[in-house]
Design a protein. Structure first.
Length: 425
């Protein structure tokens, strides 16, 4: 299958999932009242989740060794719902069943939606597979669905997500790294869109562990928490060293803030620590270098001093020398609401290859591409000064809205089909 056709199949996944979402409620209504799982304990939820995978995917009761392995992985935070499902569905035992495409799709509905298929949805998936969609691509559509994300919540486990063509065990670890950032830095569970976005970029090595962490610490959501110096430092200790502060180290970091170090200086000190390098290694992620561009303040109301004094290193907080990131690995900070002399609006001309579809009365889907150009205006600051960094300004939601207005036959597109044509700051 050539690369272009695979991109079209990825677009079709989005279309088919949208159709399945619409029909899900109607089909579920025929099944009677849902089971209330709100009072089920985490351990019981994990046991039930693993048991249902054995039942649905392998058609048997769990064997003691396998059951112990899967439940321990979930209990110890070493795997995700998607990772476990992949392990079952792409296991030798399942592959040896030689199920048909029809049977495979039905199993996907049961496994990820917790219900039987609806006739129209199943017909569309089957048509896509007969046209070349692989089983992994179909797995991606179901595994990264809202239904499965919410289903995992009822079992008390992290859903995670799948990244096409990547080792599922490595992706599961990346999923858990992302979940950890949400829990510690933003004090909330990960949302599905965030899980897919951050995990995909980390798995594809588009960003490093430090750059991902920068996106969280310097986000508007964290800024709006209005953390004090003391709270800010405790957040950094927990996120990047996996522990509470030690008295001597915290005094040194506080002194650095008092003497003019920026939040970004302190951030780089923590992400350069051996502790954070070890955390990234545990999750199979490249820590990356210091962040040298972008916002310097992570908290509302804090000024952006020019001094960059670092604290005297202690045995547990000494930053390590790391290479500066290249231009292609710049993080994605959210725009600051505090104006600076170079703040303004940038006009970006975007080229979009839009995948459209038409369907005949027999349900056959015909896909084709059209190329369109549109101008978008984005808030910018001194960080976004080049055409390359303009990629990080593109708001996919605004492009999506433009495409939806362009044609009622909108099928979908991926970020790889969006190109920056020009950038005027």
């Amino acid at each position: 299958m050539n690369k272009r056709f695979r991109k079209l199949m990825a677009s079709l996944v989005a279309l088919l999932m949208t159709f399945s979402f619409i029909t899900a409620s109607a089909v579920a209504a025929d099944k009677g009242p849902a089971i209330d799982r709100s009072q089920i304990t985490v351990n019981q939820g994990i046991s039930d989740f693993v048991t249902r995978l054995y039942d649905i995917c392998l058609g048997r009761t769990p064997d003691p060794t396998g059951f112990k392995t899967w439940t321990e992985q979930l209990s110890n935070g070493e795997n995700t719902g998607v990772g476990c499902a992949y392990g079952f569905i792409f296991s030798n035992e399942f592959q040896n069943k030689n199920v048909s495409n029809d049977q495979y799709i039905e199993l996907m509905y049961n496994c990820f939606f917790g219900r039987a298929s609806d006739p129209d949805g199943k017909a569309n998936w089957l048509s896509a597979m007969n046209s070349g969609m692989t089983r992994e691509e179909l797995f991606l559509g179901f595994a990264n669905s809202v239904e499965f994300f919410n289903l995992c919540k009822t079992y008390g486990i992290t859903a995670g997500c799948h990244v096409l063509g990547k080792d599922y065990q490595k992706v599961a670890k990346i999923n858990l790294f992302v979940e950890r950032l949400y829990n510690i830095i933003l004090s909330r569970p990960c949302d599905q869109a965030g899980m897919i976005d951050w995990s995909t970029r980390l798995a594809n090595k588009e960003i490093s562990g430090a750059q991902a962490a920068y996106g969280f610490i310097f986000s508007d959501e964290y800024r709006n928490k209005n953390r004090s110096d003391s709270d800010f430092l405790e957040d950094l200790y927990l996120a990047f060293m996996g522990r509470a502060s030690d008295p001597t180290g915290k005094v040194n970091w506080q002194a650095a803030l008092n003497n003019g170090s920026t939040d970004r200086d302190i951030f780089n000190g923590f992400t350069g620590s051996q502790e954070f390098i070890a955390i990234c290694n545990d999750y199979g992620i490249d820590k990356g270098g210091d962040i040298t561009s972008g916002q310097t303040s992570a908290r509302a109301g804090r000024s952006n001093p020019t001094a960059t004094t670092q604290p005297e290193p202690t045995a547990t907080t000494a930053p390590t020398a790391t290479p500066e990131p290249t231009a292609t690995s710049t993080p994605t900070p959210e725009p600051t609401s505090e104006p600076t002399p170079s703040v303004g609006y940038a006009t970006i001309k975007v080229k979009m290859i839009i995948t459209l579809y038409s369907e005949d009365e027999d349900g056959n889907v015909d896909l084709y591409d059209v190329t369109e150009y549109a101008n978008f205006e984005y808030y910018t600051n001194s960080y976004h000064t080049t055409e390359l960094s303009a990629y990080y300004l593109v708001d996919m939601d605004s492009i999506s809205n433009w495409v939806e207005n362009y044609s009622s036959e909108y099928a979908g597109y991926s970020a790889s089909e969006v190109e920056i044509v020009s950038f005027n700051n």
